[in-house]
Design a protein around this ligand. Structure first.
Ligand SMILES: Nc1ncnc2c1ncn2[C@@H]1O[C@H](COP(=O)(O)OP(=O)(O)O)[C@@H](O)[C@H]1O
Ligand SMILES: [Mg+2]
Length: 305
């Protein structure tokens, strides 16, 4: 798979499933089969009612408070309830400073909730540990400047006790998948913003995350690069043979959210709660200039205070 292939979606065809779910069937030969998805879970999406199964991720009354410099408690997120099913692409939008990044960090286990609980496959994750089935892509890439591309990607695997040769093999395959072949030994300073973010995405994908968390991943890229990377992420997510099963993306760009997502979670001002969840009922592949996209865009923009 090449990141620069703008016709990436042409190799797929849309299948409508019982219950109105849509998914892509991969028309190509076992692409990226090194990162298999949980086929048992995928068949749930294909043949069963998603509501009948345990959600992949559940947030129950999640509240986050910080203590400010004066010792005063500030509630950032207040009583957030959210249920995420297999194979969903979800975006989170809301005013600046309302707690979107905090929410992603808590989902991943980088921060604890003050109250409430986060469940992954029905198991409480409130023990303060990073969830090894999740990976995060950051707006500012988060690369180590002193490490090369391959070393940055391999870093994600270091805590997983995988032998060095295997780490290298896997990292090389992901680097190829995100279109960075030939740049393995380059340092971040030698790369454009788009290439840096490809490294960020490769480093996340290399651990085979079931949930890919992305915090404004495209907002510091130029429009054309952002568009190419959006297609790539969509392609990786929609490949039923590979992880991730779910993407949860924070964005300021409502048009991007509508184009990519199955569902958009709209948060209020701080203390933030869920104002509304909007299902984006547009079959895929989607047409960027489809007037329905603009109708959703108007609806959601008016809901963001
Ligand atoms: N570690 C922290 N200590 C104190 N306050 C914090 C901390 N992290 C975030 N905040 C505060 O929580 C609020 C939400 O931050 P953030 O999640 O980054 O918002 P968003 O991503 O929606 O812009 C902000 O007011 C921020 O100052
Ligand atoms: Mg943020």
């Amino acid at each position: 798979m090449s990141v620069s292939n703008s016709d990436s979606m042409n190799n797929r065809y849309l299948q409508e499933q019982p219950g109105g779910n849509y998914c892509y069937k991969n028309n190509m030969k076992n692409e990226s089969a090194s990162r298999p998805k949980n086929v048992e879970n995928m068949s749930k999406k294909l043949y069963e009612d998603d509501d009948a199964s345990t959600p992949l991720l559940e947030l129950r009354n999640v509240t986050k408070e910080y203590i400010d410099d004066n010792g005063k408690s500030i509630t950032v997120l207040n009583d957030i309830n959210l249920s995420v099913n297999y194979n969903e692409f979800i975006s989170v939008v809301g005013p600046s400073g309302c707690g979107k990044s905090t929410l992603l960090r808590m989902i991943m286990g980088l921060e604890r909730c003050t109250r409430g609980d986060i469940l992954f496959k029905g198991q409480s994750m409130s023990g303060g540990k990073v969830n090894p089935h999740m990976a995060m892509v950051f707006q500012s890439f988060g690369l180590f400047p002193w490490l090369t591309v391959i070393e940055n990607v391999e870093f994600g695997l270091e805590s997983m006790h995988i032998p060095k040769a295997q780490r290298r093999e896997k990292s090389l395959s992901i680097i190829q998948e995100v279109g960075l072949e030939g740049f393995e030994d380059a340092y971040p300073r030698e790369l454009s913003g788009g290439m840096k973010q490809r490294v960020g995405i490769a480093r996340a994908l290399v651990i085979d995350p079931e949930i890919l968390l992305m915090d404004e991943p495209f907002s510091s890229l130029d429009p054309l690069t952002a568009e190419a990377l959006r297609e790539e992420v969509l392609k990786v997510w929609s490949n039923k043979f590979t992880t991730p099963d779910v993407v949860i993306m924070v964005t300021h760009n409502v048009e991007e959210a509508v184009y990519l997502s199955d569902r958009i979670i709209i948060l209020s001002h701080r203390p933030a709660n869920v104002v509304k969840q909007v299902n984006i009922n547009i079959p895929r592949p989607r047409e960027k200039r489809d007037k329905v996209i603009y109708e959703y865009l108007d609806q959601i923009t008016t809901l963001i205070a």
